[in-house]
Design a protein around this ligand. Structure first.
Ligand SMILES: CC(C)(COP(=O)(O)OP(=O)(O)OC[C@H]1O[C@@H](n2cnc3c(N)ncnc32)[C@H](O)[C@@H]1OP(=O)(O)O)[C@@H](O)C(=O)NCCC(=O)NCCS
Length: 222
């Protein structure tokens, strides 16, 4: 949530112009295949991979598919899907590590990991978004696993996550991964500590990316 707060300070719930909403619809149409999610697929077939700047339009389309409640929970402010899709332009910076989950071949969930500059020991902020129809199916958990492994492999010792006090799902998800929760005015901060990298954690991350690559090649050949 906090990642959005930093960059979306000035953004409020604005209705996009006709041209903007037409553009949004085009993005959603182009980057939402297949249009109807197959929500009954087993989560084990969900591909989780790192997103790159070439995925920027997929990310924008994902933000546009979030409902008002999810947008509020993710960014901690009332922003429109269109404004959230503009945020996608600023996500891929040199430091940011962005991961996406593809349960039906489409980008349905995103996790951002942003290391805090000049922090020692190394610290980072994380934020998650899962599309409404895909929530409560274990995708957030898959992304959390990946983000924790990636953080560990980058020598990040502490992970911070901000969410709204009513966001029990996010709090439960964090606690499932042994987070300590701190109640602040108007928000809850979750702290997760990470051990030093191990050969196992490095292999785990590499295996995840290779699996995504192999799957992409397999789909391309079909
Ligand atoms: C919060 C969010 C990321 C969780 O992802 P998800 O895929 O829906 O969650 P999961 O299915 O992986 O559930 C993870 C855990 O949350 C808990 N959980 C699931 N559904 C829950 C519910 N309805 N109420 C409370 N806790 C719940 C469980 O502990 C679950 O673990 P379990 O399956 O082993 O029991 C997702 O719902 C989301 O994007 N919400 C909107 C945006 C947001 O809130 N972002 C967080 C701010 S950074």
């Amino acid at each position: 949530m906090s990642l959005g707060n930093v960059q979306l300070k000035k953004i409020c719930w604005n209705r996009p112009s006709n041209a903007a909403s037409q553009h949004s619809r085009q993005i959603t149409r182009l980057y939402c295949q297949p249009p109807t999610p197959h929500v009954d697929r087993p989560m084990s077939s969900t591909i989780v991979r790192r997103l790159l700047s070439t995925d920027q339009r997929r990310l924008a389309a994902h933000f546009q598919r979030l409902d008002r409640h999810s947008l509020h929970a993710r960014f901690g402010a009332g922003i429109s899907p269109y404004r959230a899709s503009l945020y996608a332009d600023s996500v891929f910076t040199a430091e940011a590590l962005v991961y996406g989950a593809f349960p039906d071949g489409c980008l349905r969930a995103v996790a951002e990991l942003r290391p805090l500059p000049n922090a020692w020991p190394k610290r980072a902020e994380a934020a998650f978004s899962v599309e409404p129809r895909w929530q409560g199916r274990g995708i957030g958990d898959r992304l959390m696993h990946r983000v924790l492994t990636v953080a560990q492999n980058r020598g990040i010792r502490e992970l911070h996550l901000l969410c709204l006090p009513g966001n029990l799902r996010m709090q439960n998800l964090a606690q499932k991964h042994r987070a300590r929760l701190h109640r602040l005015p108007g928000q809850v901060e979750a702290h997760l500590t990470r051990p030093f990298p191990t050969p196992f954690s490095i292999t785990q991350e590499m295996a995840g990316e290779y699996r995504a690559l192999a799957d992409a090649m397999f789909q391309w050949r079909r």
